[in-house]
Design a protein around this ligand. Structure first.
Ligand code: ADP
Length: 160
């Protein structure tokens, strides 16, 4: 049986923090599937197609990773992919409360699926997609937080 982990999120945009976590997880699992979803609680900045393309480009050098869109319940998507692990990142105490609740609810829905948390590498601990978007819109330099291809994509949204 292959050991598959699903790393779900909105990835709006994928950042160096996400990429570092995926790199590290790819050494622990046979396959890491990055599941990109519309977040029903907030409108996205980038289109889902562009978020998927951006992730595919920046993850192309990690062989055992793939990117997929999902629009259904996370635990159902995990099950469909023959996976048993949901991966989430825990950056700060502020992430904890929401993540704790989410993993508890997912456990109630499908007790055989485990949520595993990874902490970021130190240099990525403060990066979040929302702050990257905010800095971008205010004209700041985001080059330390996202790969060049993602920076270009984000800037094209500002021009249009
Ligand atoms: P969501 O909209 O579900 O919060 P995100 O795309 O913002 O999705 O994040 C996906 C996952 O990656 C979440 O578990 C989040 O905590 C984690 N994450 C976000 N940024 C980082 C980072 N810099 N380092 C490690 N994990 C991160």
């Amino acid at each position: 049986m292959k050991n598959i982990a699903i790393y779900p999120g909105s990835f709006d945009p994928i950042t160096n923090g996400h990429i570092d976590l995926i790199h590290r997880a790819s050494k622990l699992f046979d396959k890491v599937i990055v599941g990109i979803t519309q977040n029903i609680k907030k409108p996205s900045f980038l289109s889902i197609e562009d978020r998927i393309n951006a992730a595919n480009i920046v993850l192309s050098d990690i062989e055992n990773t793939e990117v997929q869109q999902f629009d259904n319940l996370l635990v159902d998507f995990v099950y469909q992919q023959n996976a048993h692990v949901i991966l989430r990142g825990l950056r700060a105490v502020s992430d904890f409360e929401y993540e704790f609740q989410l993993s508890g609810m997912n456990k109630r829905l499908r007790p055989d699926i485990e949520t595993l948390f990874m902490t970021p590498s130190e240099q990525y601990a403060n990066i979040s997609s929302s702050l990257v978007r905010e800095i971008l819109v205010l004209g700041g330099d985001i080059s330390a937080f996202v790969p060049e291809s993602v920076e270009k994509l984000l800037k094209s949204y500002i021009k249009n």
